[in-house]
Design a protein around this ligand. Sequence first.
Ligand SMILES: NC(=O)c1ccc[n+]([C@@H]2O[C@H](COP(=O)([O-])OP(=O)(O)OC[C@H]3O[C@@H](n4cnc5c(N)ncnc54)[C@H](OP(=O)(O)O)[C@@H]3O)[C@@H](O)[C@H]2O)c1
Length: 422
Amino acid sequence: MSERDLSVVVFGASGVTGRGVAAYLAERAEEAGAKWAAAGRDPEKVERVLAEIGASAPETIAAEVGDPGSLAEMASRTRVVLDLVGPYTLYGTPVIEACVANGAHYVDLTGEIPFVGRTIEAFHERASEAGVKVVEVCGFEALPPDLSVLLAAETARERWEEDLAEADVAVSTQQPAGKVGLGDMMSGGTMQSMAEVFAAEGAAESADPATLIADPELAAKVRDASPIELAPRFAADGVVIAPMSPAAFINPAVIHRTAALLAEERGEPVEPFRYREGIAIPGGTPSLPLRYGAAAALAGVQAGFAALARAKPAARRRGAGYLRKVLPGSGFGPKGARLEEWSWQLALDARTDGGHYLRVDLDADGHPGYLTTATMLGEAGLMLAEDGATPERAGCLTPAAALGTASLSRFERAGARFAVSS
Ligand SMILES: NC(=O)c1ccc[n+]([C@@H]2O[C@H](COP(=O)([O-])OP(=O)(O)OC[C@H]3O[C@@H](n4cnc5c(N)ncnc54)[C@H](OP(=O)(O)O)[C@@H]3O)[C@@H](O)[C@H]2O)c1
């Protein structure tokens, strides 16, 4: 890897999220001593899109998912490929194949959990042997809660030699002033990716918190200790907790895999902790019944997703076909200065098996899904490209297992500040 001329390549740099990653690296790579390039199937479009946002790349590489030679050439030149070409169920595997075969770390933003399961089956062993990290779900889902839970678990071990028994995550967001429409919230790429989950083989796995755990005994324990609950909950100060949006079924599977991977590495048995998460709807106006009603409506949407994921294949495929048609496509989504008008916080309250309490706070700037995701992914790419900035382990890893907590302060540069207290 040391002979590669590039540290990081942003593949799919013309997309809604890819351009944000490119913009971050255009500003940040030089001070990190990294060489980067943008890549896409239409290099002229990539250059045009990046010029529009004032973020030119030092080099643009032509690469197309349907052309394995172009992917191999891209992967063989760089230490890390950041893959922004989704839906990953349709386009991810050839890029992972090229990275594993050519010794480049691979990172993506997928939330398509059945696809993550297929990737682990197909690539974990090969990637481990090749010393390659395949890091999936490395955006707003699931990097922030995954790293926060790992930070709490490591702190509990250091301070008291105890493990986590419970971890409750609540995310709050502050939106831009004025009307916030669908195009401010979510991209067409994300919506099309959600449709692909329902069409995918094994769609029902997406609602299983233990789907990414290979050991069936441990998986059963995780399902028992930590089911995904959709009903709204009350928290302190009149806060109502709604299920995580846009999907309540992504983070739990990743977080439980992190705990399983790290316990396996230590050679210790895992006693699963209860993980819960949601969006905090704060007290005040609107009134409590209205807030609870909004949370119940969000819970209804998630219950509908779960029902569709568990439906018979023909019904799922019909549902996915309908969603593909009615939902916006590639290119639609939050862009420009408006992305900077958002901010968000994640609060993790954890209890250990010895009865100690810990809190991890994450305070972040920008739109969670399309600005902080882009900057954190860019920083994660730089970290993975550097010798010694991340743990030695390889294989199909979660964000927390791949990045570890030693370099957490690096995310401050990306607008995301983690702090732990007890
Ligand atoms: N987990 C998270 O928090 C999170 C956050 C944001 C996004 N995401 C995921 O990230 C993915 C991208 O989202 P997005 O909104 O940025 O999507 P997008 O705007 O549709 O961008 C897709 C990119 O893929 C490229 N592409 C499509 N087909 C290709 C092919 N055959 N070969 C090479 N490149 C190809 C497009 O190139 P052209 O411009 O040439 O069409 C574009 O650059 C989605 O799966 C989304 O769900 C996840």
